[in-house]
Design a protein around this ligand. Sequence first.
Ligand code: EPU
Length: 337
Amino acid sequence: MQVAENFSLKEYNTFGVDVKARKFISVHSTEELCDILQQTYASEIFVLGGGSNMLLTKDIDKTVIHIGLKGIELISESRDEVVLKVGAGENWHQFVLYCIEKAYGGLENLSLIPGNVGTAPVQNIGAYGVELKDTFDSCEAMRIQTLEIETFNLEQCEFDYRNSVFKNKLKGEYIITSVNFRLSKTDHQLSTSYGDIQAELDKNKIKKPTIKNVSDAVVSIRQKKLPDPRELGNSGSFFKNPVISETEFKRLQRQFPDMPFYALHANKIKVPAGWLIDQAGLKGYRKGDAGVHKNQALVLVNYGNATGEEILALSNEIQDKIYKKYGVKLEPEVNIF
Ligand code: EPU
């Protein structure tokens, strides 16, 4: 267990914002986690995973518990599939690479997403037509009030677009300690139709792709469009893609006939926030060290010394401008503290 006081979180959030934690504790087992929770009031706890989906706007006057629970365990195996139990503190992309190396299929489209395994279910991470829920089997989580470990199955997690029960009715009540994934060993169901994956495979003259080929294609596409947090602080997509009614969509489409869209269920349409921000002339916009990324307008970046408050002010400005231009409300995807 690592314990420090007045500890800078700059290296622990992918925006690279320099705020301090009153107390910082990194735990490496569920027993350590249990000990710390026993000694600390629930209201004094701030849980930190990979720090890849948060914007810290001020010092954290609490005990920050960094979840460093590691390990990948084979739970069951048949001819066609495996179930793996993965510690919440494992790095997401390293885990995806492990699966690719072992030829376990299902996570290849989710390559290179920053963050840790334990926070992936909280917002049901997704990319290129695949979401975490597609390979999710169950997860274990410690209830902060009782210190009991409980198991959540797929249904209990109430997954939705960038959403789950852990972001809603159970917010702040549980700490995910491990996640079980159900992955294919044979007859992998590749998802190559979304976005630029097929084009990338064609470019490399790959006709019968393996999961490794798909992962490589995703890595290459992401590297072109999305900034690497180790080089330029960011938190991936800052906003969610807004979901609007068909009536609202028709009104917008008359005014902006080129606007891309994805029809969802029940007369709902998802429109790309990146396009809206880009068309509002904000791609590459910069205020001090806070900016809108030059290749992907949905990503806000820290050019070096931006504070969380400055990034928040930029995001508010974008929300206002988008509302004025399109009448659409953008909602942050990242958690703001
Ligand atoms: N677009 C623009 N300009 C931009 C950005 C996008 O015109 O600056 C247009 C694109 O041309 C495209 C559309 O908007 O027609 C959608 O863009 P893209 O395919 O890049 O995806 P996105 O909707 O911006 C979502 C996820 C990403 C994920 C990609 C690929 C959300 C909030 N974001 O982005 O997830 O990688 O699809 O599947 O759903 C993340 O959550 O952090 C993240 C990076």
